[in-house]
Design a protein around this ligand. Structure first.
Ligand SMILES: O=C(CO)COP(=O)(O)O
Length: 247
């Protein structure tokens, strides 16, 4: 089964009503490759606005969701609230949440379990720091993150993996095609050994970290790169070039 190419836009804590409406208008009017699944993740405050204005073929993701049902959890958003708002996706475990907000592998795994079991698909992020890469620990770090996820979830059909080396995020320092492919291949190998052939074959593995309209085409050719998770460039018109990487 061929894996459908996937491009996610992570707006992070950026945008205003006006600028986000302009991004949505641009996406609605652009000629987009119909063979690509597109999901954009605005800040929580703008989820409903985007869902209301974005054409239905494109999906909307939260950037985070909590791992409890509705209740006394000030500041959090629940899986059922996302669904109630027509939001069928969430990003989880982004390195900014792991490093700045202190989310552990276990917390991220628990949130992933809660979301997927509740019917919300997850773009699950992993990746190493510069220090870890320089110490030759890249694959070990990613495998540890994967193992924590595997300990909590049984159904991988609603999980997309995003490999985002921390040193490449927002730095303009994109991983080389070889560096990215090597880690993607290791992730697929890990899935094959530790989960199943089917999950290894079907799970999409995205690359994230300084992807732009120029470097996307080369990366997209690699056999284990099934799409991108884009930060900064998802706020710019070149996002449509990234969606159309394969054209
Ligand atoms: O963190 C990212 C996407 O989640 C990548 O961010 P940049 O594309 O801005 O490097």
């Amino acid at each position: 089964m061929a894996r459908k190419f996937f491009v996610g836009g992570n707006f992070k804590m950026n945008g205003t009503i006006e600028s986000i409406k302009a991004i949505v208008k641009n996406l609605n009017e652009a000629q987009l490759d119909p063979n690509v699944e597109v999901v954009i993740a605005p800040p929580a405050l703008y989820l409903l606005l985007v869902r209301e204005h974005l054409k239905k073929e494109l999906e909307v993701a939260a950037q985070n969701v909590f791992d409890r049902p509705n209740g006394a959890f000030t500041g959090e958003i629940s899986v059922s609230q996302l669904q109630d708002s027509g939001i069928n996706w969430t990003i989880l475990g982004h390195s900014e949440r792991r490093t700045i907000l202190g989310e552990t592998d276990e917390v991220v795994a628990s949130k992933t379990k809660f979301a997927t079991e509740g019917g919300v698909s997850v773009i699950w992020c992993c990746g190493e720091s510069l220090e870890e890469r320089e110490a030759g620990q890249t694959v070990a770090v990613v495998e540890k993150q994967l193992a924590a996820l595997k300990a909590k979830i049984g159904d991988w059909s609603k999980v997309i993996i995003a490999y985002e080396p921390i040193w490449a995020i927002g730095t303009g320092k994109v991983a080389t095609v070889q560096q990215a492919q090597e880690v993607h291949e290791a992730i697929r190998g890990w899935l094959k050994t530790n989960v199943s052939d089917k999950v290894a074959e079907e799970t999409r593995i995205l690359y994230g970290g300084s992807v732009n309209g120029k470097n996307c085409k080369e990366l997209a050719k690699e056999k284990d790169i099934d799409g991108f998770l884009v930060g900064g460039a998802s706020l710019k018109p070149e996002f449509t070039d990234i969606i159309n990487s394969n054209l």
